[in-house]
Write a protein that binds this ligand. Structure first.
Ligand code: BMA
Length: 365
C-alpha cells in the first residue's frame, strides 16, 4: 500500500481505499489518485522541486540534498506531486538535458515516495533521425523509429536505457515504486518532432503503442500510470484525435499555460487562460467519465509569474470546480532567473501562492 499522502480525515480515506497488496502498483496509485479526487482534493505539483530551485542547487553549501524545496521554503510543505524530467537519458550520460544528474533524479523520486507523495516523469528525448533536441521538429522522425524504419533499433535501444532507469526505482523492500509517466506530450502543437504536423495519427498512436508494449509488456512495468497530455490549443475532437486508447492511457492530462503578450495586458492574459482552461475541462470531464479515466493539469504556469494573483485568481478558479487529480507548475530554473513557474522565498507575490496552498482543496505533503 502507498503511504497516505494527506493528514486527517482524508488520510483515512486514502489508507482504506488505496487497494490491496495483490494489485499492481499502477492500480494502487490510480486508486489513491481517485480517492483524492473523490474527496474533492487537487494535489499541487512542481517540476524538479527537490533537484534545484530559483536561486540554489543541491551542491550549494548548507543545502541538504532532497530536503530543500522552493515550495517548502514558501509554505512549509513539499508539493504532493513531484515532476521529474528524463530528457537525454537515452544518450547514456549521467546528466539530463537540464544538467540534473540522473542519480539525483532517482534519489528525489524515491524520497518523494518515501514521504508519501507521488512522482510524474516527463521525457524530452532528442531527435533520433537528425540528432538535434526534442525541439528539432523535422518530419519523418516517427516514421523512422517505428518498426521497419531505419532508426527502429536505435530507438528501441533508447527505450531500453529508459527502462533500465525505471528498473532502479525501487523501495527499501526492492519493489518497483509506482509512478506516472507522460511521454509524447503536447503533440497537438508542432514544436516537438512527435508533433501534429510531423507524423500521421496512425504513426503517433503506433509510437505510443510501441512505447507501452515495450515498457508495460516486455519489461513488465505494471507500476506505471500512463498520462496522455495534449496542449491546451484544441477542441474536444482535436483532443481525442490521437488518443492511444483506453488500454494504454490512465490519465487524461492537459498542458496549459498563461502566456503574456505585449498587445494584451497581463490581466487579460490571466482571464483568457482561466476561461480557456475551464472550457477545456468542460469537455474533458464527460470524456474522462465516458472512458473511466482521471483528469490532470499535467503542466501549467506563467513564466516569471508577473501577475500578483495568478495563483488565486487565474489558476484556482479555473480548476476548483473540476475533478482535477493534480495541477503541476513547471520548473524554477536555477540558471535562468526569469524562467520560473513555482513560488520561491522572497518572490514578490509569494503570499498569493501561500493563499492558494492554504485552500482546503489544495494538497501538499
Ligand atoms: C522546457 C524548459 C527548458 C527545459 C525543458 C525540459 O519547458 O523549461 O528549459 O529544458 O522544459 O525540462
Amino acid at each position: 500500500m502507498l503511504k497516505p499522502i494527506l493528514c486527517g480525515a482524508l488520510a483515512i480515506v486514502l489508507a482504506v481505499s488505496c487497494g490491496s497488496k495483490a494489485q499492481t502498483g499502477r492500480a494502487r496509485l490510480l486508486a489513491c489518485l481517485k480517492a483524492s479526487v473523490d474527496a474533492g482534493k487537487i494535489m499541487y505539483g512542481h517540476q524538479d522541486d527537490l533537484c534545484y530551485g530559483h536561486a540554489w542547487t543541491v551542491e550549494d553549501p548548507g543545502n541538504d540534498p532532497l530536503d530543500r524545496s522552493d515550495v517548502k521554503d514558501v509554505c512549509g510543505k513539499y508539493p504532493s506531486m513531484l515532476g521529474l524530467e528524463l530528457g537525454e537519458i537515452e544518450l547514456g550520460g549521467d546528466k539530463s538535458l537540464d544538467a540534473v544528474p540522473f542519480l539525483l533524479i532517482r534519489r528525489a523520486a524515491l524520497r518523494q515516495v518515501e514521504r508519501g507523495g507521488v512522482v510524474t516523469f516527463s521525457w524530452h528525448p532528442r531527435n533520433p533521425l537528425m540528432g538535434g533536441t526534442a525541439w528539432d521538429n523535422t518530419d519523418g522522425v516517427v516514421t523512422s523509429i517505428l518498426e521497419g524504419g531505419e532508426n527502429h533499433a536505435k530507438f528501441m535501444g533508447w527505450l531500453q536505457i529508459l527502462g533500465d532507469f525505471f528498473d532502479t526505482l525501487r523501495d527499501a523492500d526492492g519493489k518497483r515504486i509506482p509512478f506516472i509517466f507522460r511521454p509524447w506530450h503536447e503533440h497537438t502543437g508542432n514544436w516537438f518532432w512527435w508533433g501534429q504536423k510531423h507524423c500521421t495519427t496512425e504513426e503517433y498512436v503506433a509510437l505510443w503503442k510501441m512505447t507501452y508494449d515495450y515498457l508495460a509488456g516486455e519489461r513488465g512495468f505494471d507500476n506505471i500510470v500512463w498520462c496522455y497530455s495534449p496542449s491546451m490549443n484544441v477542441d474536444a475532437a482535436g483532443y481525442v484525435e490521437r488518443y492511444p486508447g483506453d488500454e494504454i492511457i490512465d490519465i487524461l492530462g492537459l498542458d496549459g499555460y498563461t502566456y503574456k503578450e505585449e498587445e494584451r495586458g497581463i490581466e487579460v492574459a490571466c482571464a483568457d487562460f482561466r476561461d480557456l482552461l475551464k472550457a477545456t475541462l468542460d469537455y474533458m470531464v464527460p470524456l474522462a467519465k465516458q472512458h473511466g479515466k482521471l483528469i490532470a493539469l499535467s503542466e501549467t504556469g506563467l513564466e516569471g509569474i508577473c501577475a500578483p494573483t495568478w495563483w488565486t485568481e487565474a489558476l484556482y478558479p479555473a480548476i476548483k470546480d473540476y475533478p482535477v487529480a493534480y495541477a503541476l507548475t513547471w520548473r524554477n530554473a536555477c540558471d535562468k532567473p526569469e524562467h520560473f513557474y513555482g513560488p520561491w522565498k522572497g518572490f514578490e507575490y509569494e503570499d498569493d501562492f501561500k493563499a492558494f496552498a492554504e485552500k482546503d482543496q489544495i494538497v501538499l505533503l
